[in-house]
Design a protein around this ligand. Structure first.
Ligand code: PLP
Length: 217
């Protein structure tokens, strides 16, 4: 991506909203090119791929884990991960906490909420979130910092559906925030729907193809 296009994208994003460049399937060179334009936050969805790239890139890159995370791979992330967006069970949170204690780090996470109609999309329901946050407040997950919620909208051209799902995530966050004021971040919005996500109060956009071009798997 060229500097002018990158700057234009940044200018279309409000100041309270952070751009996470989703670099999955893209090369170290592609990431370096965007780094040179000033981008520091990068997101990956596979632990192995993230680790393979990390060592070839500057140490001030902030790495975000945005994909389905297996519990047995958490230990590879604890030393450096900036934010794990995709915590979709108390079991996974427990393991992150355990590994964080072991490595003597605090690890920041978002809780992934299921807002899409599609069965394929991961995430917790509000009825699962409430007891988890209660347990967290009672100290059940040491060395964890919960920063907010993450969600993915249904993959559809129908903007009304997407907007409604983002609005629902925001309402869930607003509702829970009264008892749990640390729930500040809302990670929602991708290349195809980021404007709608901004309208609904997103604070973190996870954008891949718009920055790097289409992925070929
Ligand atoms: C791939 C991916 C993105 C980015 O998708 P684009 O449509 O390329 O912007 C965002 N979030 C998650 C969880 C992803 O897996």
């Amino acid at each position: 991506m060229q500097q002018e296009r990158y700057n234009a994208l940044l200018q279309s994003i409000p100041a309270h909203c952070k751009l996470i460049a989703v670099s999955k399937t893209k090369s170290v060179q592609d990431i370096q090119a965007l780094y040179k334009l000033g981008q520091r936050d990068f997101g990956e969805n596979k632990v192995q791929e993230l680790l393979g790239k990390k060592d070839h890139l500057p140490a001030d890159v902030r790495w975000h884990m945005i994909g389905n995370l297996q519990r047995n791979k958490v230990k590879y992330l604890t030393d450096f991960i900036h934010l794990i967006h995709s915590v979709e069970s108390s079991k996974l949170l427990k393991e992150i906490s355990k590994q964080a204690v072991k490595s003597n780090n605090n690890i920041a996470v978002l809780l992934q909420v299921k807002i899409a109609r599609e069965e394929s999309k991961e995430g917790m329901s509000v009825t699962e979130l409430e007891p988890l946050l209660q347990d967290f407040d009672n100290g059940k997950y040491p060395n964890i910092i919960i920063k907010g919620l993450m969600g993915m909208a249904t993959f559809t051209e129908d903007e009304a559906i997407v907007s409604e799902e983002f609005a629902r995530l925001r309402e869930i966050r607003d509702g829970l925030q009264q008892a749990h004021p640390y729930l500040e971040e809302l990670s929602m919005g991708m290349s195809g729907d980021y404007s709608l996500a901004i309208e609904q109060g997103s604070t973190m956009l996870r954008i891949g193809s718009l920055l790097f071009g289409a992925r070929d798997y």
